[in-house]
Every structure is written in C-alpha cells, then in structure tokens.
Design a protein around this ligand. Sequence first.
Ligand code: RRO
Length: 291
Amino acid sequence: RSGPVRAGGVALTNHLILAAGVLGTTGASLRRILRSGAGGVVTKSIGPSPMSGHPGPCLAVLEDGILNAMGLPNPSSEFTEELGAVAGEPVIASIFGGSPEEFKTVAGWFAGKVSGFELNLSCPHAEGYGAALGSDPSLVEECTRAVASYNLPTWVKLTPNVTDITIYGRAAERGGATALVAINTVKAMRISPELRRPVLGHGYGGLSGNAILPIAVRCVYELYEACSIPIIGCGGISSARDVLEMMMAGATAVEIGSAVLSDQQIFRSIERELYAPDGEDPTTIVGCAHV
Ligand code: RRO
C-alpha cells in the first residue's frame, strides 16, 4: 500500500521521505526520486546568499557510513526556479539562515511553492549557521517562530551533537513547529595515516549512514517521550526493518539519505516490503507515533 499519510501537516504518499542534502539540488532529481517510490522529498538546504561550499575533499565513504563537510553549497533564491518541475508534489524546502530574520526571508521565497519547511538548525560544520544556532534553545525557538508565522507546515531538524536533545525539541515545539526531524549528521573525523592528514579538507565533518542508526533511534525515542508533536526519524535507515524500528521508537514517518546514494531504487524496494499486500499497515503494527 502507498496511500495518503500525514506527517507534521504535510500530505505524503507514503511514510518514506528523501532526506535533505541528498540528490535534492535540482527539480529533475527531486522528481525522479518521487517517481521511484518516495512519499515526499526534502530539498538541499537553501540559505540567504549563494555559497560554493568547503574546500575538498568534501565527502569520504567509510565502511559503515559517509563522512561529509560539503559546506552548505547552494544557489540561494535561484533554487526556486527548480520547483516548477515538482509543482503540486510533496516537496519540503530545507532552509537555513544565521538569524530568525534570515530564516524568515528564505522561507518567504518558498511560501506557496512547497508543501512545508524544514529548518536546518543542525549542520555540524557550518560557522554561524546550523548547529551554531541549533544548540541555543532560545534561537531554536525564535527561528522556528519566524518561519511558523507563514502558517505552513514547519519541521525542525535537530542536531544529535548536544547532551540533551529534548531541550531543543521542546524549544522548537514552543516556537510552533509542526514536527521534529531527528537527526542531522553526527560530528566526526577520520585521519589518513598514509596521507598524514584528515580525510576531509575541512578536518571534521558530519557522519551519516548505518553507523548512526542507534544514535538516531535513541534521539527519536527521547523526543517521543518529551514532546507532543510528530517526529520524523532520520539517520542510517536502509531497510524496511530499520523503518519499523524507527516507528517503534516513536517516528510518524522517516527520511532516508545516505542509502539512496548507493541504491537509487531503495524507496521502491522498502515500499514493497513495508506495504506487502499480505502485510499489515506498519502504522497499525506500531501504533504509537504522534499523529
Ligand atoms: O552542506 C553540508 O555540509 C551539510 C549540511 Br547543510 C547539513 O545539514 N548536514 C551535513 O552533514 N552537511
């Protein structure tokens, strides 16, 4: 089955969403992922002015995950031109800024063109953006309030790189968030002994993929216990079993990122397994998520 699903005010065609940053830089790639079985898609994060990203290498494939320090590369307001290709589809704009005012400006470019917003308050390697704001509860609340003023679905993506993620979940909830997304990447580093330097040009970066699934499940569970808005689980999901695990932790829907890079048909295969004709609806099996 892939019927209508609601998550944090957004109407999706199933519970499986493309995570921000992965293949979300053009309208054509977003449309291709929607056609390949995704119930919704999140764009690459867009900010107040164009950025070219950090010096390379920006991405390293590890045994159990991916380490990146892309550096928020994005074309800023010009990206809205890509949205014609996915008009009327479940598209969520990932946005970032350095202040509540900048968040509001960027959200304004997308209002009326997307199904909702996902505030990126969680990039681990973005000076002045991302987790720099997302680890200050009052800034989380103010940025959320600025974007929620458009009265569109407003999801807030949280960083795991804090001692108590529930403080930030509750701050976003106070600011008017309609859902929490947990988690962004885990701050991490690898060094090449042969090259005698970090594998990434930036030094440290953000870890995604299978290695971070247990951290993401723990964060979703803690947020589910502490907050009353829906939670979108994100981090290391690559199978229908992982989706069910996230739902048992309290997720209403899930986002899939790294796994899409090695298998562009992953949405279709997870969808087939999750909604097998002889299987039960996963939400009724789990039956615990906030709606
Ligand atoms: O572009 C990036 O370097 C990046 C972002 Br905006 C983010 O939110 N998380 C991440 O791991 N990388």
